[in-house]
Design a protein around this ligand. Structure first.
Ligand SMILES: [Zn+2]
Length: 260
């Protein structure tokens, strides 16, 4: 095997680990269960690492080891791995095809973000750290059915447009980013933002952070996505990850069934 082939195998092994960790983080935060899937584009190729379809032996997103991750091509055809791809593989293939800038995708049915999509209400940028993820209202793809055909995947990618996040109304959400780490952090940040929107709307009219201020804050000395992802991974590694890492109000978390 040539050095470059070794290199790509090392990249793939690392991506499989990261996709597995991303699933574990989302699962233990209560943002996903056996449904939902994360994926990563293998850089410079038309191949995708993705969690396999759930089955009698592939369970919740928190239990899929990196060795069980599969590789598919851009048509959703399996290239490597013993398990089949998720039915909604076309969320991933069609978004990667339409958006070369996207390297990671997360699909969940997380409750509070989904609720805002159900009522067609924008999640407002009202929290300093998370607001850059919600500078513009997320587009809504209105077909609640599984995105289980290339046509549906294309329509979803079209609805996403140049955004990073899209609601699948009455179904869930798709988060994207340059990497699967960033897409995962978006899922966490936006759920937290949706919760704060919900709380604030009970109390009064939320004060929205102006776009210029969000841009200004982004230029500041901020902790990067890699560091944030490493934080959640460390909680996962020590078994300390819980819904409290996302929300600070356990009764609300319980009410939302966010506690595992
Ligand atoms: Zn789904």
């Amino acid at each position: 095997m040539s050095a470059s082939a070794d290199d790509i195998q090392a990249v793939i092994a690392e991506l499989k680990k990261t996709v597995s960790v991303a699933g574990g983080i989302l699962y233990h935060l209560g943002l996903a269960d056996y449904m939902g899937h994360c994926s990563a584009r293998i850089p410079g190729t038309d191949r995708i690492v993705i969690k396999p379809r759930h089955s009698a032996s592939v369970h919740g997103m928190g239990t899929v080891e990196s060795e069980r991750m599969i590789i598919i091509d851009m048509d959703g055809k399996p290239v490597e791995g013993r398990d089949g791809p998720p039915a909604e593989i076309f969320i991933h293939t069609e978004i990667y095809r339409a958006r070369p800038d996207i390297g990671g995708i997360v699909h969940t049915h997380q409750m509070m973000t989904t609720a805002f999509g159900v009522v067609g209400r924008p999640i407002l940028p009202i929290l300093a750290t998370e607001s850059h993820d919600a500078k513009r209202p997320f587009p809504i793809y209105s077909d609640p059915d599984l995105v289980n055909s290339p046509a549906r995947g294309k329509a979803l990618a079209q609805a996403l447009g140049d955004h990073a996040t899209v609601h699948i109304q009455n179904h869930g959400v798709v988060f994207t980013g340059p990497t699967v780490e960033e897409a995962t952090l978006s899922a966490i940040h936006i759920e937290r933002l949706a919760l704060l929107n919900y709380f604030s709307l009970q109390l009064g009219t939320p004060n929205v952070i102006p776009t210029e201020k969000i841009d200004e804050m982004l230029k500041g000395n901020r902790v990067g996505y890699g560091v944030r992802f490493a934080y959640y991974k460390s909680l996962l590694d020590t078994g300390a990850l819980s819904a409290r890492a996302v929300v600070s109000a356990p009764p609300i978390a319980q009410f939302l069934n966010l506690t595992k």
